[in-house]
Design a protein around this ligand. Structure first.
Ligand code: SF4
Length: 703
């Protein structure tokens, strides 16, 4: 991989992995990409991490789906039992016409029995088309994607209190900060190029405050490393805010001019003296005071957070606290100041903006608003299907949809580029739902675990095989370009969605993603001044862009917030314990996450030669003292068991993990983390509590 002499074509595109959105140069020869380099994009300035630089050859893997497939009448029962090297035991090859008709036949006319999962790995145009297909084709809002599993609670809190679900400042703004909090995030592993900016910030004297129950590489650069008890986020953040309020370190002018509900917040914080919270947080009062004074003393401070904050049943409360902390110190809307939930997938921001969520149409226009629905009836009304009418009812979320399959409310699904048979909590329950469906259409590039349950499989295109825009964590809309054709008969995703929509009665006439982008601009003010031609020319434009020449605003809300009255809001948060707490039978805490080399359910990175060579085996991390107690040597085998299931895998020794915790990456099907996780949901964001389950850990026989 990476012989620079062996290419004859160069195409600029966007890394397909994380939300940093690094711009890449794809070097190709014939139908193959042979090398990837970083180029000067606004988020990466030429930098790439190991995934971006070496993780691309999955697109040429022999397991790529290259022809449409239909489940054989005599196929064995649905389950994880298809050999990707010998699909013919379960599926037969079909023409596109035959497969599209079979896919449509199982969806057509089924109204509310149909649900759709779109993908944060697809483009903005594909996300827009997918949500439009479900809404217009079936007359309801049962359409969602994996934001439900990552930052839905952060978005809920941001929309509630700031009026916008996106970041208020790009991560690159850390260059103008003197203090930054990184909480519940491990950027060195999960947003590696963003982490390089964080390290540079610390090296030039910026004070980094890292807060996480698990240690991490950024600790080396931190002025304060606060390794608090899992699940104690609200207690810790409220105690930090208590100190700031108690010591008069708030920005009173900012609170007065820009916010509402401060008095209620201030009164609420009185009960959170750090001494009283130490039992919950594990952090002594002196440390809390030092952190509070450092943050409140900043000239400009940013707060970054990840799924350690969002993936709890109190994830929305955690984010409310972070927003309050920024507001009470006036740290929003200035250079070097802001709120930044580090978005996970490459296009989770764009897919959410494009309306791929059950409660909002594009640009977070509520499905409950009559005015909004009338607008869409006008725009979509003459295209057939349900006449453009959108039901005034929030749809079901990812996790609720699979529950509704068990209740016989949902009977048919269309899943594009998502892998709920690996990514959803309590996998036995999720997989049983997929097996129960009357009709499942899966559109993907590989035979994912989810495709094992499909009735029809539509072979799709990888990022390097298609045109389309994506939006990164910084609100930067960027142009992805095709470098090579899809393999065999695989097709671009926008084309497949369009053809399926036509066969479900919709009069769609798109001929290129740019047609879709033009339609999106009619309903998405966030795209004002951003055109397809501009993106082709400039590569990236940050929204909001104030004029056709403006590259976009890295910082927003200097003069007010997009809420009634223009003010941001304090929403006090109470301490809510995790849904299940350790007990005699399950005495430890399980937390799940990603590793540097692997991406989500592993469907791409485990088929990338270099990445799989570096991290080939399922593993979990335990503290040395825990391994000693178990009598397991590093590299030995352990069994993890929760109330939902059990997995057996290798144990690594890791001092970053607390003695009563186990960290389990979720990319490995042979020890799927989500067999163990708790499906309990945050009531606002409907996000599962992936970051906290009670678990039993035992020594096991080698696998
Ligand atoms: Fe790709 Fe993210 Fe790595 Fe950049 S930091 S190269 S976007 S995985």
């Amino acid at each position: 991989i990476g012989d620079s002499a062996d290419w004859d074509r160069e195409t600029k595109s966007i890394c397909p992995f994380c939300g940093v959105g690094c711009q890449v140069s794809l070097k190709s020869k014939g139908d193959r990409i042979v090398k990837v380099d970083g180029i000067d994009g606004p988020a990466n300035e030429g930098r790439l991490c190991v995934k971006g630089r070496f993780g691309f050859d999955y697109i040429h893997h022999p397991h790529r789906l290259t022809v449409p497939l239909i489940r054989r009448d005599d196929a064995p029962a649905k389950g994880l039992n298809v050999d990707p090297g010998n699909l013919s035991t379960h599926f037969r090859k079909a023409t596109w016409e035959e497969a599209l008709e079979a896919a449509a036949a199982g969806l057509r006319g089924r109204g509310r029995e149909v649900a759709g999962f779109g993908s944060a790995k697809c483009s903005n145009e594909e996300a827009y088309l997918f949500q439009k297909f479900i809404r217009q084709g079936f007359g309801h809002n049962n359409v969602d994607h994996c934001t439900r599993l990552c930052h839905a609670s952060s978005v809920a809190a941001l929309l509630e209190n700031v009026g916008s679900g996106a970041v208020t400042a790009t991560f690159n703004e850390i260059e103008n900060a003197d203090v930054a909090i990184v909480i519940g995030a491990n950027p060195v592993e999960n947003h590696p190029v963003a982490a390089t900016y964080f390290k540079q910030f610390a090296k030039r004297g910026g004070k980094l405050i890292v807060m996480d129950p698990r240690g991490q590489a950024l600790k080396r650069h931190a002025a304060h490393m606060v390794q608090f008890r899992p699940g104690a986020d609200v207690a810790l953040l409220n105690s930090i805010m208590h100190v700031i309020a108690d010591e008069g370190l708030t920005d009173r002018q900012y609170i007065e001019a820009m916010t509402e509900n401060w008095e209620a917040q201030k009164a609420h914080l009185e009960g959170f003296a750090p001494e009283k919270m130490t039992g919950l947080t594990g952090i002594d009062a002196d440390t809390v005071r030092a952190v509070a004074r450092t943050f409140a003393g900043a000239k400009a401070a940013m707060i970054f957070w990840g799924m350690g904050v969002s993936q709890h049943i109190h994830g929305t409360d955690n984010s409310r606290c972070l927003i309050s902390l920024a507001l009470m110190t006036g740290q929003v809307g200035r250079p070097g100041a802001g709120l930044h939930p580090l978005r996970g997938q490459n296009n989770v921001q764009g897919a959410s903006d494009a309306g791929l969520i059950p409660m909002f149409l594009p640009d977070y226009a509520s499905v409950l608003s009559e005015e909004v629905r009338e607008k869409y009836a006008g725009l979509w009304g003459d295209e057939g299907g349900h006449g453009g009418e959108i039901v005034a009812e929030k749809g079901l979320t990812v996790t609720e949809i699979l529950g509704a399959v068990h209740d016989d409310r949902i009977k048919a699904m269309y899943i594009l580029g998502e892998n709920p048979a690996m990514s959803d909590p309590d996998l036995d329950h999720a997989r049983a739902a997929l097996a129960k469906l009357d009709h499942l259409v899966v559109q993907d590039i590989f035979l994912t675990e989810t495709a094992n349950y499909a009735d029809v499989i539509l072979p799709a295109s990888a990022f390097a095989e298609k045109a389309g825009t994506v939006t990164n964590t910084n609100r930067q809309v960027q142009m992805g370009r095709p470098a090579v054709p899809p393999p065999g008969e695989a097709r671009q995703d926008w084309w497949i969605v369009t053809e399926l929509a036509k066969r479900c009665g919709l009069d769609w006439r798109y001929t290129h993603p740019r047609d879709v982008f033009a339609e999106m601009k009619q309903v998405m003010p966030s795209l004002d001044n951003i055109t397809w031609a501009r993106l082709e020319d400039e590569g990236a434009v940050t929204y909001p862009s104030l004029s056709p020449e403006d590259p976009g605003q890295p910082i927003v809300f200097a003069d007010g917030f997009p809420r009634a009255g223009g003010r941001a809001r304090f929403t006090p948060a109470d301490v809510i314990p995790p849904d299940e707490t350790p007990d005699a039978e399950y005495p430890m805490i399980l937390t799940t996450g990603r590793q540097l080399e692997h991406w989500h359910t592993g469907s791409m990175t485990r088929r990338a030669t270099v990445l799989d060579a570096v991290e080939p085996e399922a593993n979990c991390s335990l503290h040395p003292s825990t391994l000693r107690k178990l009598g397991v040597a590093p590299g030995g085998t352990v069994r993890l068991t929760t109330r939902r299931g059990s997995v057996t895998l290798l144990a690594r020794m890791d001092r970053a993990v607390a003695p009563d915790m186990v960290f389990l990456p979720f990319a490995y099907v042979e020890a799927a983390a989500n067999l163990l996780t708790n499906p309990a949901l945050d009531p606002f964001g409907k996000i599962p509590e992936f970051k906290f389950s009670a678990v039993k850990v035992e020594a096991a026989e080698p696998i």
